[in-house]
Design a protein around this ligand. Structure first.
Ligand code: GRF
Length: 195
């Protein structure tokens, strides 16, 4: 039997509610594990969540995220094999995309290709969806390539957008979908890669 553990890093910039869902889910098994969190916001909530799970976290300034030697040496120190972007609001540098081919997953709070691209994150996405009077929205989990939100789509889930929905109520529905699906997709994707 193959007992190898897939070692992942999670990159965050925000509250970390997706990180929490991922940690809770992966704690139920041993084959796919998060071994490191990297953040680019010193005060972000995600750090506290990593602490709760005894997962080491490191803060890097945006300029440091562009330093190939620094970032690669940290990831090598923790023997990281895959990267999860869970609310990480920076473009991923080319050297990471080249080193982790098909091993970087992102979650986006809309049904890509709709409402993606630079500047489309968080409430800006939900605002645009409501403004365009969309009947449905949802989440997209995709591989990361050199263009924002354009890598191969692995999974989508939908929810209805009601006429009465606000940015806040839609954000709530989307977060619920994210927390339900992202952890499972991560586990399945990396387990399958290993086979
Ligand atoms: C999520 O809505 C995700 O789709 C987007 O950033 C948000 C992160 O939220 N990429 P959280 O920090 O996981 O709570």
């Amino acid at each position: 039997m193959n007992e190898k553990v897939v070692r992942l890093a999670v990159f965050c910039s925000g509250a970390g509610s997706n990180a929490l869902a991922i940690f809770n889910h992966l704690a139920k098994q041993s084959k796919v594990q998060v071994v490191l969190m990297l953040v680019n916001k010193q005060e972000c909530g995600a750090i506290g969540i990593a602490q709760q799970f005894n997962i080491p976290s490191k803060f890097l300034k945006n300029s440091e995220f562009l330093e190939e030697n620094l970032v690669i040496s940290i990831l090598e120190e923790y023997k990281v094999e895959g990267i999860i972007l869970a609310g990480f609001l920076r473009k991923i540098p080319g050297f990471l995309i080249d080193k982790f081919v098909d091993k970087i997953l992102n979650i986006h709070p809309s049904l890509l290709p709709k409402f993606g691209g630079k500047g489309m994150y968080g409430h800006f996405v939900h605002q645009a969806v409501i403004q365009e009077k969309e009947k449905e929205s949802g989440i997209t989990i995709h591989l990361v390539n050199e263009n924002y939100d354009e890598g191969s789509i692995l999974f989508q889930a939908k929810c209805k957008v009601e006429q009465t929905d606000t940015v806040e109520s839609l954000a709530k529905k989307i977060h619920k979908l994210e927390h339900e699906h992202f952890p499972k997709v991560i586990e399945t994707y990396f387990l399958n890669l290993q086979e």
